[in-house]
Design a protein around this ligand. Structure first.
Ligand SMILES: [Cu+2]
Ligand SMILES: [Zn+2]
Length: 187
């Protein structure tokens, strides 16, 4: 009678080990990841690359924009991802909740209101901000929409777009190669 019990235990041990090993090899976190290449709008010299990463607090947007005039420039997510020559086809600010324009911190603001970026004397701006009211996928998904940089500062007050002037840069937010963090051996 002992033989079948032994076999049974071995079988279970085998299944357990295989399951454990399989799980070990496939543990990885795939982060939702998107990016936008910023191209000139209205004949500017603005270019750049911004990456978008979903976090618990919103979407982290980071990267560098060059070719700006030194100073402060409004930056927003616009409704449509169609960046034409003057970025007019990108539409207005992404506003799924039908709110008033405002600062990212104010109660009433468009989901796409990301505030301002500041370019140094060389016309370079480092972007590192969190869009608290947008997401990659889900309700306030911004993949397929545009991120737009303007010639002037966003005053956070003037409707409907903060008096930030013409678009000078526009990029469609697209799905980017996933960053995989895996404990499996690198191939
Ligand atoms: Cu804008
Ligand atoms: Zn707005």
């Amino acid at each position: 009678m002992k033989q079948p019990i032994m076999q049974c235990m071995l079988l279970f041990l085998g299944i357990f080990l295989i399951t454990a090993c399989t799980r070990q090899a496939s543990v990885k976190t795939v982060e939702p990841n998107a990016a936008a290449f910023i191209n000139p709008a209205n004949k500017s010299k603005v270019t750049g690359l911004l990456s978008f990463r979903q976090t618990d607090n919103g979407v982290r947007i980071s990267g560098t924009i060059t070719g700006l005039t030194p100073g402060v420039h409004g930056i927003h997510i616009h409704e449509y991802g169609t960046c034409n020559a003057d970025a007019s086809a990108a539409g207005g600010h992404f506003n799924p909740n039908k709110s008033q324009h405002g600062s990212p911190a104010s109660k009433s603001r468009h989901a796409g209101d990301l505030g301002n970026i500041t370019a140094n004397q060389k016309g370079v701006a480092s972007v590192n901000t969190i869009g608290k009211h947008i997401s990659l996928g889900g309700n306030n998904n911004v993949i397929g929409r545009a991120i737009v940089i303007h010639e002037r500062a966003d005053d956070y007050i003037t409707q409907p777009s903060g008096n930030s002037g013409k678009p000078i840069g526009c990029g469609t937010i697209g799905i980017a190669k996933q960053r995989e963090q895996s404990n499996a051996k690198a191939k």
